[in-house]
Design a protein around this ligand. Structure first.
Ligand code: 5GP
Length: 188
C-alpha cells in the first residue's frame, strides 16, 4: 500500500512521518532535492541532496515517480525503491508536496493520500519561526506557499482525508487508524 502525506511547510509532517513509519513499519522513501543541506536538516525530512545537473539527469533517465518545484528548488521521489517495496508487498510512505501528490494520485488511484493541516494560520506561522531554519523572507514565502497549498488541497478533492496536527501523538494515531481502515475496510 502506498501512503502519501502532504501538508504545508512547517506543519510538522516530518515528525509525524517518522513516528508513523516507526509505529506501522512503513518503508520511508528518501527524496532527491537540489535544495542545499542546512544544519537543521537532521531534525527534518531526510534527503539525497544533489546538484541541478544530477537531478535533471535522473529526470531524463526516468528515475522519478514524481517531481515538483517547491520554493524554486526541485524535489523528486525515486522510482526504484518505491516500486520495489510495493512489489514486495511492503507499505510505503511518501512525504511530498501537493503538485507531486496529484501526479501520484493519477498513477496510483488506490494510494491513501492524507493532507495534514495546521490548527490555524497563526500557529503555522509561529512554527515556521520557531524551527529557526529559514530567514524572515523565506518564512514569509513559505507561509504564503502554505496558504496556497491548503487552498489547492481543499479544492482538489485528491485527498482521502485531512488531519489536523494539533497534537503530534493524536495526529499519528488518527493516521494509523486511517491506514488500518484502508487496509481492511470494515475490520477492527
Ligand atoms: P523542505 O525543503 O521544507 O524540506 O520541503 C519543502 C517541500 O517539498 C515540502 O512540502 C515537502 O513535503 C516537499 N517535498 C519533499 N520531498 C519531496 C518530493 O520528493 N517530491 C515532492 N513533490 N515534494 C517533496
Amino acid at each position: 500500500m502506498l501512503i502519501v502525506l502532504v501538508g504545508p511547510s512547517g506543519v510538522g509532517k516530518s515528525t509525524i512521518s517518522r513516528k508513523l513509519a516507526e509505529r506501522m513499519h512503513l518503508k520511508y522513501i528518501v527524496s532527491a532535492t537540489t535544495r542545499a543541506k542546512n544544519e537543521k536538516d537532521d531534525l527534518g525530512k531526510i534527503y539525497d541532496h544533489v546538484d541541478e545537473e544530477t537531478f535533471f539527469k535522473k529526470l531524463e533517465n526516468g528515475e522519478f515517480l514524481e517531481y515538483a518545484t517547491v520554493f524554486d528548488e526541485y524535489y523528486g521521489t525515486p522510482k526504484r525503491p518505491t516500486l520495489d517495496y510495493l512489489a514486495n508487498g511492503e507499505d510505503v510512505l511518501l512525504e511530498i508536496d501537493v503538485q507531486g501528490a496529484m501526479q501520484v494520485r493519477f498513477q496510483y488511484p488506490d494510494a491513501l493520500m492524507i493532507f495534514i493541516m495546521p490548527p490555524d494560520e497563526a500557529s503555522l506561522l509561529q512554527r515556521l519561526r520557531e524551527r529557526g531554519r529559514d530567514t524572515e523572507e523565506s518564512i514569509e514565502k513559505r507561509f504564503r506557499g502554505a496558504k496556497r497549498e491548503i487552498w489547492m488541497a481543499k479544492g482538489s478533492r485528491a485527498f482521502d482525508d485531512m488531519v489536523i496536527n494539533d497534537d503530534v501523538e493524536r495526529a499519528v494515531t488518527e493516521i494509523s487508524r486511517l491506514v488500518r481502515q484502508k487496509k481492511s475496510p470494515g475490520g477492527i
